[in-house]
Ligand binder design. Structure first.
Ligand code: CO
Length: 297
């Protein structure tokens, strides 16, 4: 890996780590999710980095892909709260997440955290994807919880958050080996529920797929805005700030009809179980470089 590329990863990782820490410290009953996400994201841009995907908070049975839309969400006692943060420097991405337990789900939080720690020990050249998956699965089931099988970690490419290969959270019998210099995000999810998520409704996270000619000036204004995100995911809340809720709603509906955007709806556990998540990004080498890790983690 080129020195300048590694330096970009290092910077992105250290900013992501700090941003996550700031967000996590705000997670308390009675606090607005919009406020947490706004502050987490402003920290990222204040450090001169880019937002690789909208900061997300998923609560209880929601495993991923939740951002508040027109309505806010207020955290409450008993919630299991995941914060997932993505930062990029020059397109080189750091992806990291943590769970805060506002109730009695300490073991559930530990299960995904331990699974991540054990899996990261094996992020060296030659390890097979099934070994990573098996490690995660065995750790989580040793706590009597289930890994979520249809959510997975992923490789990180320049300006591409979900690159190939996917990094499984269970033993897939895939004997593909990790390679020196590969960059991946490992993200185990543990649940008290089914271990399978489904796509719910009311997506607030999107990516621009392709551009087509559009007549409506409102939609054109929105396209102009979302092109700034360079093909990375964005959320409707960002558009509300410059264009208002009405215009945003109108334009997103039109873009969907035209097949110009992909929606990423919230992902919920099928049995409504509680879900925890832990995630770090790592450069594969004999001594793995976990570049989203702070000093005290
Ligand atoms: Co990720």
């Amino acid at each position: 890996m080129e020195k300048s590329v590694e330096e970009s990863y290092r910077k992105a990782g250290s900013i992501a780590c700090q941003a996550l820490k700031k967000g996590v410290n705000m997670i308390k009953p009675g606090v607005s999710v919009k406020k947490i996400l706004d502050e987490t994201e402003s920290y990222i841009t204040s450090q001169g980095a880019g937002i690789a995907f909208p900061a997300q908070i998923a609560v209880n049975e929601v495993a991923a892909h939740y951002c508040p839309g027109e309505d806010d969400l207020i955290l409450k006692e008993g919630d299991v709260v995941k914060l997932d943060v993505g930062v990029h420097v020059d397109g080189y991405i750091a992806d990291t997440a943590r769970t805060v337990n506002l109730g009695d789900k300490d073991d559930l939080v530990k299960a995904s955290r331990d699974a991540l720690r054990e899996a990261l020990k094996k992020t060296t050249p030659g390890t097979t994807l099934s070994e990573i998956g098996r490690t995660i699965q065995e750790t989580i089931t040793s706590y009597n919880f289930s890994p979520i099988k249809n959510l997975s970690g992923h490789a990180l490419s320049r300006y591409e958050v979900h690159a190939k290969p996917t990094i499984p959270n269970f033993d897939t019998a895939d004997d593909t080996q990790l390679k020196e210099g590969q960059v991946i995000a490992v993200e185990p999810f543990a649940t008290t529920g089914a271990g399978i998520v489904y796509e719910s409704s009311n997506p607030t996270i999107f990516t621009l797929l392709k551009e087509k000619p559009v007549r409506s000036p409102i939609t054109r204004q929105v396209i102009h805005e979302i092109k700034k995100y360079k093909g990375l995911p964005f959320t409707s809340r960002w558009l509300h700030k410059s264009l208002g809720e009405g215009k945003t709603r109108f334009a997103l509906r039109e873009l969907k009809t035209l097949g110009m955007i992909q929606e990423h709806p919230p992902l919920l556990d099928k049995a409504k179980g509680f879900v925890s998540q832990a995630e770090h990004s790592v450069i594969i080498r004999d001594k793995p470089r976990i570049y989203t890790k702070g000093d005290e983690d």
